[in-house]
Write a protein that binds this ligand. Structure first.
Ligand code: ZN
Ligand code: ZN
Length: 68
């Protein structure tokens, strides 16, 4: 197996999810049913994270991006 090229991009934007797993694109003041979880999927295709606690996703995300 060849090693992952150094040029592989790692980008993992965090997205908010409703209870039915649809992405939340609501803005303040709009009728949002409520965000129940946060997900992040890295563009490298080898990492994703889901949690009800945004800080937990951010922590794992930072860990992945700094230890790629
Ligand atoms: Zn990655
Ligand atoms: Zn929403």
């Amino acid at each position: 197996m060849p090693r992952t090229p150094a040029a592989t991009r790692h980008r993992a934007p965090i997205s908010r999810r409703h209870a039915d797993d649809t992405p939340c694109t609501h803005r303040k003041g709009q009728d949002c049913p409520g965000v129940t979880s946060y997900t992040a999927t890295c563009t490298c295709g080898h990492w994703e994270q889901r949690s009800g606690i945004r800080a937990a996703v951010e922590e794992q995300r930072a860990h992945h991006l700094h230890n790629r």
